[in-house]
Design a protein around this ligand. Structure first.
Ligand SMILES: *[C@@H]1O[C@H](CO)[C@@H](O)[C@H](O)[C@H]1NC(C)=O
Ligand SMILES: *[C@@H]1O[C@H](CO)[C@@H](O)[C@H](O)[C@H]1NC(C)=O
Length: 390
């Protein structure tokens, strides 16, 4: 073994245990020295086989009819006590009161906090952690809950299977301002530096969620930041929420990952983790895949019956409309004067009017018409299209 090989070995031998020993104090980042590709050296679970986020390939999801809508509990009962907003150097965190929770899962979960992930508005155009069919959203909100039926608190639950339930909400930009998100974004300027916190007025957390809480993807995954514990039942909503471009810009540009004391300011941007391999995990969908190819026999029967009922209903409606039109036609004929044999002065004056529809009438109808012409008193008002008048 040459001298360089020996020194490399020594370096590894000396540095490795030192790094591991200080894992708790290690300040990890998204890129750079302790960037995401290095996380697993300091936090072994980050190298696990059930990591988050993931790319949801919709055609490979599996429909599960047992996945009922998730139900936010107490999200709108925010009370008067202010929320705490905190810059932890990785994201903006809002601590949630313990009476907020989540139902619709096999256990009752208690809310702990929520936080955001975003990009930098650059050409990379990332921002969300989860992607759908390879496509990122502009940002992502995570609402974190712990399993309060099985565990006494967050720190006990976060390392355990089914310990946490996180709601993932994909955020895209559009024209309109989302007033719900202003409850957070308007206060980011108070926590610009890492380790700063501020009290913000309590608000209805449900305004941050999409309207449709019934359509989502569910899979077993992990925390998306070190220590990456594989304890999360993920719920990623199908519906995205929309914020304005100006709102996204606040998220992307107002915060620093550095503390106020540090001389070099570091913008807190691109705080999203790359998608992780599924490794044989299945992503379940609470709704049928787009193509409808995942339909069960029961659903097919329901659709066939539905279509048949629809056709019968349509026939009844069409028949009713036809009858109504006939009725109004007859009603109109009482006031109509039709002179098919000669051109009236009215026709000459209004010859730029669309030509009257040629009518084919049954003989008995013509007879009726003649009777009515006889009875008619006003011969100046000619109406050619009675069916458009009622
Ligand atoms: C959480 O619960 C565990 C187990 O009961 C306990 O040892 C620990 O002190 C608790 N931690 C907090 C922060 O309350
Ligand atoms: C998660 O893992 C548990 C235990 O292995 C399993 O029972 C459950 O079906 C999994 N859930 C999903 C959504 O894959």
């Amino acid at each position: 073994m040459d001298i360089s090989g020996l020194s490399l070995l020594l370096t590894l031998f000396i540095l490795r245990p030192a790094a591991k020993a200080s894992a708790e104090e290690i300040t990890w980042t998204y890129s750079g020295l302790v960037g995401q590709s290095e996380w697993s050296e300091y936090f072994p679970e980050c190298g696990g086989t059930a990591q988050s986020p993931v790319d949801v390939i919709t055609t490979q999801t599996k429909y599960d009819s047992s996945l009922i809508p998730v139900t936010p509990l107490g999200y709108s009962q925010h009370g008067n006590k202010p929320f705490t907003l905190y810059n932890n150097g990785h994201t903006a965190v809002i601590e949630l009161p313990e009476w907020m929770g989540l139902g619709g899962l096999p256990w009752l979960f208690t809310a702990v906090q929520m936080h955001l992930h975003w990009g930098s508005g650059g050409p990379s155009h990332g921002g969300s952690e989860h992607t759908i069919n390879g496509l990122s959203a502009d940002a992502e909100l995570h609402v974190v809950h712990y399993n309060s039926e099985l565990y006494p608190n967050m720190s006990a639950a976060m390392t355990q299977r089914n310990g946490l339930a996180v709601l993932g909400i994909l955020i895209v930009t559009g024209e309109e301002t989302n007033p719900g998100f202003n409850n957070i974004l308007n206060y980011l300027s108070r926590i610009r530096h890492a380790k700063q916190s501020a009290f913000i007025p309590a608000f209805d957390v449900q305004t941050l969620l999409p309207k449709d809480l019934g359509r989502y993807y569910r899979y077993n995954g992990s925390l998306t930041t070190p220590p990456c514990y594989q304890s999360v039942m993920w719920t990623l909503f199908n519906e995205r929420v929309q914020i304005s471009k100006a709102q996204l810009l606040k998220m992307e540009t107002l915060l620093y990952s550095s503390t106020a004391e540090e001389p070099d300011r570091m913008l807190l941007q691109d705080n999203y983790r790359a998608t992780q391999p599924l490794n044989h995990r299945v992503i379940f969908a609470s709704f049928s895949a787009e193509s409808g190819k995942e339909l069960s026999p029961g659903e097919v029967t329901a659709i066939v019956i539905g279509v048949m009922c629809g056709c019968v209903g349509l026939a009844v409606i069409v028949r009713f409309i036809v009858k109504t039109i006939r009725f109004f036609r007859l009603l109109h004929l009482e006031t109509v004067v039709v002179n098919n044999s000669s051109t009236s002065s009215w026709d000459i004056l209004h010859n730029n009017r669309p030509a009257p529809m040629p009518r084919t009438k049954k003989p008995e109808e013509d007879e009726k018409k003649q009777d009515m012409v006889m009875n008619s008193t006003s011969d100046g008002e000619i109406k050619d299209k009675p069916e458009t008048d009622p």
